[in-house]
Write a protein that binds this ligand. Structure first.
Ligand code: SAH
Ligand code: SF4
Length: 367
């Protein structure tokens, strides 16, 4: 098997080059070609000695996951479905805005944590993504969007992806090693040079791994809270039984010592009649006293047989106002790319269904 160079950060590539008897600056050059220029063909790496190019052609590849489907929504949101060889594949979504471009990246195929309102959780766990599969999502997005005209600003995007959120399929902290390596590549000035503050890991609350992330690669952190007390959180985010709110809040405080931002983002999926009552908002205010935070309220994104419903707009408004009146900063997630089921956070949700439909559509087009 040839070595996939997308599996390496610069340190790893340098070590591998050393085994081949190649100098560190050669590794750096190739790293630039791969990540900054988006070149996968060694023959095109013109400032690399021909002998090394030939060696690489024999021993290595630059292989992102294969795109099985790419689509642009009417609002400019772009979605890719990647074939990772198992189950239904993974999804990546790009959300362009006037002042930023956010890429929502997956970390696993499926998820073992079984949050009851999450269709990824319902599918069960398949496997961890490799470093190449994680960074490959950014590689494909960055290089296919570069040079395109931004629909919002009308400018040609040189660096289309300014923000990454690990909010696609899977629990990033359950795949910590590969996620940390991939994050390192995102941040590396020799690759994408993203700001630590603009790269966000979202976790349902794996407490020990939160501490390890703080040591290894502190980036912005979002915590999927979804409930203001243990009784309710035990039901909808089952990992809470292992790491209850008291431990989670303590882990958030420890994380903030290392974090590039001085607050944690608490995500809160609003489920009608489950966690969207004024009483829940009041309990959240108490919880929020323990950790500097901002809230992101996300209306539940329905999927077949979920057993849950979207909150009423009025319930969301009241909930938001209770938090705001207590001085908390609250954002309500806009749903973008609805026409392609690309609303971030429920990406994997419709993959099974979706890829079935996609396949049918492709058949029709090729027929
Ligand atoms: N496993 C991580 C990251 C992926 S999920 C986590 O749970 O944080 C990203 C976000 O989408 C989480 O806040 C998750 O709770 C939310 N989400 C999952 N299913 C959803 C749904 N059906 N509607 C709205 N948000 C959902
Ligand atoms: Fe896994 Fe996150 Fe879905 Fe929970 S919400 S099942 S942790 S992907």
């Amino acid at each position: 098997m040839p070595q996939n160079l997308l599996d390496f950060d610069l340190e790893g590539l340098t070590a591998w080059f050393a085994e081949l008897g190649e100098k560190p600056f050669r590794a750096r050059q190739v790293f630039h070609w791969v990540h900054q220029a988006g070149v996968a063909d060694f023959a095109q790496m013109t400032d690399i000695a021909k002998s090394l190019r030939e060696k690489l052609q024999q021993l290595a590849v630059v292989a992102p996951p294969a795109v099985s489907y790419a689509h642009t929504s009417t609002d400019g949101t772009r979605k890719w479905l990647f074939d990772v060889g198992v189950a239904n594949g993974i999804e990546t979504v790009f959300i362009p805005e006037a002042d930023r471009g956010t890429l929502c990246v997956s970390s696993q195929v499926g998820c073992a944590l079984e949050c009851t309102f999450c269709s990824t959780g319902r599918q069960g766990f398949n496997r961890n993504l490799t470093v190449a599969e994680i960074i490959g999502q950014l590689w494909v997005a960055h290089h296919s969007l570069r040079g395109e005209v931004n629909r919002t600003t009308g400018e040609i995007a040189d660096r289309p992806v300014t923000n990454v959120v690990m909010m696609g399929m899977g629990e990033p902290l359950a795949n910590l090693e590969n996620v940390v390596t991939a994050l390192g590549i995102m941040l590396d000035d020799h690759a994408y040079g993203l700001s630590r503050r603009r790269v966000t890991v979202s976790t349902s609350g794996l407490v020990p791994a939160m501490d390890r992330l703080a040591e290894r690669c502190p980036v912005a952190l979002a915590v999927s809270l979804h409930a203001p007390n243990d009784a309710l959180r035990d039901q909808i985010v089952p990992i809470n039984k292992k790491y209850p709110l008291r431990e989670l809040m303590a882990a958030c405080r420890r994380y903030l010592v290392h974090a590039p931002r001085d607050f944690i983002t608490f995500e809160y999926v609003m489920l009608a009649g489950v966690n969207d009552a004024p009483e829940h908002a009041r309990q959240l205010i108490e919880l929020a006293r323990e950790v500097p935070c901002k809230f992101n309220l996300i209306p539940f994104n329905p999927f077949p047989d979920s057993g849950y419903e979207k909150p009423r707009a009025e319930a969301m408004r009241v909930f938001r106002e209770i938090l705001q009146d207590a001085g908390l900063v609250v954002t309500t997630r806009k749903t973008r790319g609805d026409d392609i089921d690309a609303a971030c956070g429920q990406l994997a949700g419709k993959v099974a269904d979706k890829s079935g439909r996609v396949m049918k559509r492709m058949h029709k087009e090729t027929a």
